[in-house]
Unconditional design. Sequence first.
Length: 411
Amino acid sequence: MEGLSPLHKVVAGIDVHRMLHVITVLVENEDGALTKHQQSFGGFKRDMKAMVLWLLELEVERVVMESTGIYWKSAYSHLERAGIFAMVVNAHFIKHVPGRKTDMCDSEWLAVLARFGLVRGSFIPPKDLRELRLVSRYRRKLSAMLASESNRLHKTLDDAGIKLGAVVSDIKGVSAREMVAGLIAGKTIDDLLDMARGSLKSKRDDLAASLDGDLSSRHLFILAELHEHVIQLEQKRAKIDAYLIEAMQPYQWAFNLLQTIPGIDAIASAMILIEIGDDMSQFGDADRLASWAALCPGNNESAGKRKSGKTRKGNAIVRYILCECANAARNTKSSLAAKYRSLMARKSHKKAIVAIAHKLIRIIYFMLSRHEPYCDPGVDYEAMSAQKNAPRWIKALKKIGKFPVTKPALA
């Protein structure tokens, strides 16, 4: 690192494993010479406390850690509580910084890079949001399980010759679920047809044919188990949804702002905030946020030729949520839906959805930075408000006698 001036005098690098934390502390003396301290700690709570005390004794200014998976979280929490500034860095970028990576241990190399300010820490949300991530990601797992069980139920019905899914628009709809429960209970086809609602009432013949199958005792056993499990999963997900919305109280202003964007409902708003927080200064600009969320085009150019712009790796959870929101936004009457239709003229559905998700993440950045709600350029909000509220306003004016009654014109 010749030619570079150190930015920090006492730094530490930690190579984090599940049950081993290898630490190197570099201390710059008054004469400019370096003193190196190395020590290893275990992964238990007592080891974390001992590690923090050792770093405090050495008066460490900055800690940089590299970790696999989630093993950094415990060490980071202890350092955060002790008031020690810590950064978690991406191992991919560390390995691409030129130096003597192969000639020294990982913790020492991290300390060297930290001393000269050659690393940038990953985004780490506040403790409250870090803990809420456990809840939101468990909700995503429940949703995946629910979709899997619903598909299995649909497949079991088809296996028995019951083609209900080919007639109803949604096998998880109210009518379809009541009919499935009726099949399990052994009700007749006439009783099942009476459960039809809405447009399904006009499809009695098709429904009767679709419900006429060969349900064996084993089909009924599996259907009963799947039906019960689906109900349990939905109840658990509803409980988690209520918990997440309640947990948004400290972030209410941002929670409400995000719901003004077409395609983003209360749950999506909560899950987005849990992942990115409400402080956009952590990312610097919209481009960095989009890159962090794996939603911006890749930059691959060589010899003046632009090569594949495939998106790079990033936060897969944010990408997944925003792609779902983009799918919902394309069915609205908004500029986002118009943008989707224009992209579909030359791109595939998946590429168009990623492009809309990219637009959404940029909108979110500017909204949270400016504390302003979303205003769609393709929507006349005044006309929409008047159309929605005019009958109520007129009724109120008539009640107090302020609304003019038009008299018929004289012949």
